[in-house]
Design a protein around this ligand. Structure first.
Ligand SMILES: NC(=O)c1ccc[n+]([C@@H]2O[C@H](COP(=O)([O-])OP(=O)(O)OC[C@H]3O[C@@H](n4cnc5c(N)ncnc54)[C@H](OP(=O)(O)O)[C@@H]3O)[C@@H](O)[C@H]2O)c1
Length: 338
């Protein structure tokens, strides 16, 4: 089968960072399904792992977002049949989706939405799992509307995760959503996905919140640069408010700043369940199935901004280059192998 991989940790412009290769097709066993990959999308994690050394310099296939068709099922599979169209992010410790065929555990895949194509579907899984877990599991926001009207500040709203988090927070929880974006096109993108207000992350955030009449917020979801925003976040969170981030601190944070407000903090890492094979791994099947239904009913709209074809090393390098700049709006997808 065709795949795109590399043998070393390399910068995006280095020749061998993206190689078109031919490797053996894997075989489905146990709870794995074998998926013929029709479309993939690229996330910042791909660019981070690409630059991370791997000990034995064997072929590394990246990619953690795909949509395709089930071609084989392992002997313990119960959720899918051959011929099903699925979408999934996969597991960070396993070979990725930048390949014609990929094995994935059935518990972390779901039937793809029927109303959108493979490309649009491939844009969704990784960011949807992240946003869903952050909002409803880490921040504990009610999926039954019990928190309707409460305020959330999302820092970095126009990126891949923000593009779906805005929609889930609006459609499922009916929150008042304030996102940040620094350009007209990124601000317009957030509004189109349901943000109530957009403020600029490069201007004074507390001052802008104050002007909106929301000097303090119930929830903060920080999708980038948590260290840079930490002091601001602890200033604007309400007493007993909740904060979640999906990114690493790059310097020590002062958690004492939360004490007088009894504010709480959590990390979200969307690979936790698959990486540690947690007992509730199948929650991912559930949430991706729910998101697919919401796409098909029109409650959620696409997060795709760009589709490139075909899937090959040259095009993958171009998309990695775009993503690495950190200015992406929505999701960038690659579709088709020929
Ligand atoms: N923990 C997890 O499970 C998990 C899952 C997914 C992603 N992540 C991580 O989360 C981060 C965001 O992912 P993503 O896919 O949403 O990224 P992305 O699509 O690359 O985000 C791009 C957006 O970031 C905004 N941005 C850039 N610099 C900013 C800054 N200083 N302050 C606020 N916003 C800024 C830009 O907005 P403007 O153009 O408007 O400035 C742009 O729209 C990445 O580091 C990624 O690796 C973690």
């Amino acid at each position: 089968m065709k795949a795109i991989g590399s043998y070393k940790a390399l910068e995006v412009n280095e020749t061998d960072a993206f190689l078109d290769v031919v490797v053996d097709k894997p075989k489905a066993t146990g709870r794995n399904i074998l998926v013929e990959v029709k479309a993939i999308s690229v996330n910042p994690v791909d660019t981070k792992i690409r630059k991370r050394p791997h000990p034995d310099e064997t072929l590394r296939i990246l990619g953690w977002d795909a949509a395709g068709t089930v071609k084989e099922v392992g002997e313990d599979v119960t959720l899918f049949e051959v011929g099903d169209d699925v979408y999934y992010a996969g597991c960070i410790t396993k070979p990725g989706s930048n390949a014609e065929y990929q094995l994935v555990d059935e518990r972390i895949a779901a039937l793809k939405p029927t109303s959108i194509n493979f490309g649009e579907s491939a844009a969704l899984p990784l960011t949807t799992i992240t946003a869903w877990e952050a909002l409803f599991e880490r921040l504990g926001i009610s999926k039954k509307g019990n928190d309707a009207g409460k305020t959330i500040l999302m820092i970095g709203g126009a990126g891949g995760v923000g593009s779906i988090a805005i929609q889930l927070a609006g459609q499922i929880a009916n929150l008042k959503i304030i996102t940040t974006a620094s350009r007209k096109e990124s601000a317009d993108w957030c509004i189109a996905r349901g943000a109530d207000h957009v403020i600029n992350h490069y201007d004074d955030i507390p001052e802008q919140l104050d002007m909106l009449g929301h000097a303090q917020v119930d929830y903060v979801l920080c999708l980038t640069n948590i260290s840079g925003y930490w002091k601001t976040i602890t200033d604007v969170i309400k007493p007993q408010g909740k904060i979640c981030t999906i990114v690493d601190f790059f310097e020590d944070a002062n958690f004492d700043l939360l004490k007088l407000k009894s504010a709480s903090f959590s990390f979200e890492f969307m690979f936790t369940r698959s990486m540690h094979q947690t007992e509730d791994m199948a929650e991912i099947n559930f949430l991706l199935s729910k998101a697919a239904a919401m796409i098909d009913s029109g409650e959620l709209i696409t997060t795709v901004n760009k589709i490139v074809s075909p899937i090959n090393a040259d095009n993958l390098r171009k998309v990695h280059t775009d993503i690495e700049e950190g200015q992406a709006i929505g999701k960038y997808v690659l579709e088709g192998w020929t």
